[in-house]
Design a binder for this molecule. Structure first.
Ligand code: CU
Length: 432
C-alpha cells in the first residue's frame, strides 16, 4: 500500500509523511495504486461509466447521489425465501431478498451505506475484501457498537480498488450468515475496460441446513449441509446464463458458505482465472482450468470464450453439493433387493424412494416428499431426469439469442448426440 492510499484510508494529516517510502514488498499492485487519490472521484453511473453485472436471480441495490456521494440503504430483516418451488424458509436477508442485492459502485467514488436493523437481534455489516478505514470494517464489538434492533448505522468510505467483493454480517456470524445475511459487492474500474466481456455474471455460493418439513435453516449445523445454492437458489430455480457463440463471458464467483469450499466446474470450455478478491491477476497468467476451487471467504473471477453452442452445466463438482435435502443420511441400498423394504417403508415414510428403483433415483421424480422439502435429486430435462440439483446451473450458448428470452433446450444437430446403439452397428464394430 503506498502513501497516498494509506492517506485516503486514515484521513490523517501527516500520515503520508510518516510513511514516505514503503519498501516494494508492501507496495500496492498497480491496479490498486492507480485507483487511489483524494478527493473522491465523481460517482459513476450505470450505462455511462460501467456496464452493470448480471446477478442471476437477484438485482442491484438502488442508490441515490447526495452531494457527490453514492448513498445506499441496506435493511436487515427476516425474509420468506423460496429456494425452488416446493422449498421455502424463513431466512434473514437484506431489502426483502436472500441474499441481499448486489452493491455496484465505481472505484474512486465515495459511498455512504446506511444499514437499518429490522431484526430482533443486533447485527453489523463487513465489507469483505475492501480496503476501508478500520472503523468501517464492520466487526461488531471490535470496530463499532453492534447495530441494535430498530436503529440505523452509517458506513462511509472511498473505494480505492476495483474487483469482486462481498458483504456479510459480522456479528453472530455463524447464525446470521447461516440464515442468509450476505451479498455481492462489485466495484467497477474507473477507467472502463478497453475490451469488456460481452457477458458479466455474478454468483454467490452458500450452503444451508434445512430439514425436510422445517421452516428455519439450522445455524448449528457444521458438517451435513443439505441445501447448496447459487444466489440462494437451487436448480431448477437457478436462472440460466446465456451467451452467443464467440462472446467472451465473465463469471464472478463468490463463496460465503459456512464450512465448504466449492470446485465450480464448467462443461465444454476451459477458462482463465482473471481476478480474486485480492485483485486482478496478471494477464500473463495463462494457466487454464475447467474447475476452480472457490474457498469460503473468497471470490474467483473467470473468463472464457463461449466457443461451443449447447447447454453447458456450471456446477459444484462435489457430488453431494449437486444433491438436495433427501440425499443425505439415507441407508446404503446399492445392490440390495428393495422389494420388501419398499412395501414396509412406504407404510411409515411416504417419501421413501429406493435408490435405483423405478420409484426412486432415476425413476419417478414426483414421488411424494414431505411438506416443504424437495426430492433427493434433479429436475426434468429434455431427455428425462437431470440427476443434479443444488449448486447447479446451465450456461446456454447459442448462435442466435434474443436478449431477455429464455432460449429453451438446445437442439442438437443430427448426428451430434449420444443415442442407443443399434444391433447393426454393434455387430459392425465387434461389440459383444
Ligand atoms: Cu460444493
Amino acid at each position: 500500500m503506498d502513501a497516498s492510499r494509506r492517506q485516503v484510508l486514515t484521513s490523517t494529516l501527516g500520515a503520508a509523511a510518516l510513511f514516505p517510502a514503503l519498501p516494494p514488498l508492501f507496495a500496492a499492485p498497480a491496479a490498486a495504486r492507480s485507483s487511489t487519490g483524494s478527493p473522491p472521484r465523481e460517482p459513476g453511473l450505470p450505462g455511462r461509466d460501467y456496464r452493470p453485472v448480471v446477478t442471476p436471480n437477484s438485482v442491484a441495490l438502488p442508490f441515490r447521489i447526495v452531494d457527490g456521494v453514492k448513498v445506499f440503504h441496506l435493511v436487515a430483516e427476516p425474509v420468506e425465501h423460496e429456494f425452488a418451488p416446493g422449498l421455502a424458509a424463513t431466512c434473514w436477508g437484506y431489502n426483502g431478498r436472500v441474499h441481499g442485492p448486489t452493491i455496484e459502485a465505481v472505484e474512486g467514488e465515495r459511498v455512504r451505506i446506511y444499514v437499518t436493523n429490522r431484526l430482533d437481534v443486533a447485527t453489523s455489516v463487513h465489507w469483505h475484501g475492501l480496503a476501508v478505514p478500520n472503523g468501517m470494517d464492520g466487526v461488531g464489538g471490535l470496530h463499532q457498537r453492534s447495530i441494535e434492533p430498530g436503529t440505523t448505522f452509517r458506513y462511509e468510505f472511498q473505494l480505492v480498488q476495483h474487483g469482486t467483493f462481498l458483504y456479510h454480517s459480522h456479528h453472530d456470524e455463524m447464525a446470521q450468515m447461516a440464515l442468509g445475511m450476505m451479498g455481492l459487492f462489485v466495484v467497477h474500474p474507473r477507467q472502463p475496460e478497453p475490451e469488456p466481456p460481452a457477458r458479466d455474471y455474478a454468483i454467490l455460493l452458500s450452503e444451508w441446513k434445512i430439514r425436510p418439513g422445517e421452516r428455519r435453516p439450522d445455524p448449528n449445523e457444521m458438517a451435513d449441509f443439505n441445501v447448496l445454492t447459487m444466489n440462494a437458489k437451487i436448480h431448477p430455480a437457478t436462472q440460466n446464463l446465456v451467451a452467443r457463440t464467440g462472446e467472451r463471458v465473465r463469471i464472478r464467483l463468490g463463496n460465503l458458505s459456512a464450512m465448504s469450499h466449492h470446485p465450480i466446474h464448467l462443461h465444454g470450455h476451459s477458462f482463465r482465472v482473471v481476478a480474486t478478491d485480492g485483485g486482478p491477476l496478471p494477464e500473463t497468467n495463462g494457466w487454464r482450468e475447467t474447475s476452480i476451487l472457490v474457498p469460503t471467504g473468497s471470490t474467483r473471477t473467470i473468463e472464457f470464450t463461449a466457443e461451443l453452442p449447447g447447454d453447458w452445466p456450471l456446477h459444484c463438482h462435489m457430488t453431494h453439493h449437486v444433491m438436495t435435502q433427501m440425499g443425505h443420511g439415507i441407508p446404503n441400498t446399492v445392490g440390495v433387493d428393495l422389494a420388501h423394504f419398499d412395501r414396509a417403508l412406504y407404510a411409515h415414510v411416504p417419501a421413501y424412494a429406493a435408490m435405483g428403483e423405478e420409484t426412486g433415483m432415476g425413476g419417478d421424480h414426483d414421488a411424494l416428499v414431505p411438506a416443504n422439502s424437495l426430492p433427493m435429486i434433479g429436475s426434468r430435462g429434455p431427455f428425462g431426469l437431470i440427476t443434479m440439483s443444488g449448486m447447479f446451473t446451465i450456461v446456454k450458448v447459442r448462435d442466435d439469442l434474443t436478449e431477455g428470452v429464455e432460449p429453451g433446450w438446445y437442439a442438437h444437430p443430427p448426428g451430434t448426440q449420444a443415442v442407443r446403439a443399434s444391433p447393426e452397428e454393434l455387430q459392425r464394430d465387434g461389440i459383444e
